[in-house]
Design a protein around this ligand. Structure first.
Ligand SMILES: Cc1ncc(COP(=O)(O)O)c(C=O)c1O
Length: 434
């Protein structure tokens, strides 16, 4: 099935007892055992089934199968937020004393997780100077457990060369873990280019309506954990916390998600509620249509900003003179994402006036909503970073990040126009394109 069809039907067969066509919300904590032996067999993972919703739930299982299919992955685990997904995805391969190698262009909270939280637990993150494969490779050593990047950086808008990064990671026997939140599998399926694990904040374009937090980890099932047993003992040795289970033997190609669920989800419980899973499934049904419109509107808005003399600069990867343009062709099918950044003439103060004057476009810290949203990263999402860290992450003091929604594009442009007017800088010289 194509993505548009998987987004609507993937992972669900009409439920046999009631014949419900919409995915039912299984709002239950636990599931009855047929007998003591049945309960024991479920706990021993000898039979399929559900036992407790902190570990798995039938509504969440549909979401997991659907997103795994959209990404071309083997198995998935959904959790309560994108941050929970990122935390589990990297902890699942880490141990005390190990390290991760990351590109510098990251969402602010991911940077905080990597720069401050993981190191306090004995896992260091080495930030490369850039997203270039050479810069990544020189930081990999025998303690490295993964290479990490955002396929499209938020807010930097850089597009990572997934194929090249996967090649470098695999050469050293480590997986490539990517955050595909901004691109979505509609624009890019990183597993097709060699990524091993794909993480999403479902809160954004996937859910698409700004109503529901959620995250997911999708495993390609292709990384050879057995071959690299010395680097990844956690998948290859008996786990004393789980009846001496050896993950690569029990779960085979699904060892990564099997362990993530059995260890992290079970013992630390960042659980997605079944109602949230249902709402995210509703959103995903229309993700392909919405992304088409986001992309179309994004292009028109970027052109408007570029042509307006009150705007100082625009960072939009869909312009042929943008350094990432060739990668937009290679990885995004020529369709740049609707997330863009820009600065207006007059610097920080003019930027503030502009921001305060927005009407239709909401001032907040979110993206990927049907609604158009504007954020000032330096004072919000990337506030915890030093100025130098912000620079490396692609954040400038005056920068506004725009997540272009799916309203009528003329209304979005109209709001930008009146907010630019409010800054009192020179009049627009190029008329709005109709
Ligand atoms: C690229 C990216 N990854 C992860 C997250 C975290 O997602 P959540 O808010 O669902 O925890 C965000 C949030 O903005 C994000 O932009």
């Amino acid at each position: 099935m194509r993505s548009e069809t998987i987004a609507i039907h993937g992972g669900y067969e009409v439920e046999k007892t009631t014949k419900a066509v919409a995915v039912p919300i299984y709002q239950t904590v636990a599931y009855e055992f047929d007998s003591a032996d049945h309960g024991a067999a479920l706990f021993n993972l000898e039979v399929d089934g559900f036992r407790y919703s902190r570990i798995s739930n039938p509504t969440n299982a549909v979401l997991e199968r659907r997103v795994a299919a959209l990404e071309g992955g083997r198995e998935a685990l959904c959790v309560s937020s994108g941050q929970a997904a990122l935390n589990y995805a990297v902890l699942n391969v880490s141990e005390l004393g190990s390290n991760l190698v990351s590109v510098p262009q990251l969402y602010g909270t991911t940077h905080t997780l990597f720069a401050h939280v993981l190191p306090s637990q004995g896992v260091t993150v080495r930030f490369a100077e850039s997203d270039q494969p050479d810069a990544i490779e020189e930081l990999i050593d025998s303690q490295t457990r993964a290479v990490f990047c955002e396929t499209v950086g938020n807010p930097a808008g850089n597009i990572c060369d997934i194929e090249a990064l996967a090649r470098v990671a695999h050469k050293h026997g480590v997986p490539l873990i990517v955050d595909n939140t901004v691109a979505t599998p509609i624009l890019l399926r990183p597993i097709d280019y060699g990524a091993d694990v794909v993480v999403h904040s479902l809160t954004k374009f996937m859910g698409g309506h700004g109503t529901t937090l959620g995250g997911i980890i999708v495993d390609s099932g292709k990384f050879p954990w057995r071959e690299h047993a010395q680097r990844f003992p956690m998948f290859n040795r008996p786990d004393r916390s789980y009846h001496d289970l050896i993950y690569v033997e029990h779960f085979k190609e699904a060892a990564y998600i099997g362990r993530c669920r059995s260890v992290y989800q079970r013992t630390t419980g960042s659980v997605l509620s079944p109602l949230s899973a249902f709402l995210l499934l509703q959103g995903i049904e229309t993700v392909a249509l919405r992304v088409d419109r986001h992309v179309e509107n994004g292009k028109r808005v970027a052109e408007f900003l570029r042509d307006d003399c009150r705007v100082d600069w625009v960072n939009y990867a869909g312009f042929p003179d943008n350094p990432h343009y060739p990668l937009v062709q290679k990885y995004l099918g020529g369709r740049a994402c609707s997330l863009m950044t820009f600065g207006i003439k007059g610097g920080f103060e003019a930027g503030k006036k502009f921001y305060d004057a927005l009407g239709l476009i909401k001032r907040l810290v979110n993206m990927g909503d049907a609604k158009s949203l504007a954020c000032h990263p330096a004072s919000t999402t990337h506030r915890q970073m030093s100025v130098e860290e912000q620079r490396k992450a692609g954040v400038r003091p005056e920068m506004i990040r725009l997540s272009v929604g799916i309203e009528h594009v003329d209304d979005i442009i109209g709001d930008l126009d009146q907010a630019l007017e409010a800054t009192g800088s020179a009049q627009r010289m190029v008329p709005i394109r109709q």
